[in-house]
Ligand binder design. Structure first.
Ligand SMILES: [Zn+2]
Length: 188
């Protein structure tokens, strides 16, 4: 079992398999640069958001490990920015959500390459490399969670779109967020 799957299972414990399947389906696509894939699941009071980035978009290079201190620094600062839920999201205050944990996973080779080819290395030169950031919130009033503003376009000006797959207890939608439309609307 891959690290991402283990990671998802850890986070999705208690959520339904219905949720797990489309979330995994999203991760099987090779990433596109300047595009972030976002998976959101709201089940009862638990809000889970996962974002899959290219290492290029988060750090400005796409190989692992970093070649020098400057690359290491830009990776560290990129991960620090996206790992801070207060910088990344605005949740409606009336939903009374609290962040419970944030998990940064990767860098790991994107799924368009076969991990078995070189098990000793996370990433080969020229390969796509993913970084996955996951956030888990608990909300006292999840019915108030109508929309979530995402600030990533201000933080990462090169970002073109966030392709979001949203699942609640009653519905599922796909939305594409852009600089001018940076709000997730939770389906009901
Ligand atoms: Zn790439």
């Amino acid at each position: 079992m891959g690290r991402l799957l283990r990671h998802l299972k850890r986070h999705l414990r208690g959520l339904t398999l219905l949720v797990l399947t489309p979330m995994l389906g999203m991760t099987q696509q090779p990433h596109e640069h300047r595009i972030v894939a976002l998976n959101l699941a709201l089940e009862e009071r638990v809000l889970f958001v996962q974002m899959i980035w290219s290492l290029q978009d988060i750090a400005g290079f796409e190989h692992w490990p970093p070649n020098n201190d400057a690359e290491q620094d830009s990776f560290d600062s990129g991960v620090a920015v996206v790992s801070d839920p207060r910088s990344v999201f605005s949740l409606p205050p009336q939903a009374k959500c609290k962040i419970k944990d944030v998990d940064a996973e990767g860098p790991m080779p994107a799924d368009d390459h076969h991990e078995d080819e070189d098990p000793s290395s996370d990433a080969r030169p020229g390969a796509h490399v993913d970084v996955t950031i996951s956030y888990r919130f608990r909300c006292k009033a999840p019915a108030e969670l109508a929309e979530i503003r995402v600030h990533l376009f201000r933080l990462f000006p090169d970002l073109q779109a966030i392709r979001a797959n949203l699942i609640t207890d009653s519905a599922q939608t796909f939305q594409e967020l852009t600089f001018t439309e940076p709000v997730l609307f939770l389906p009901r």
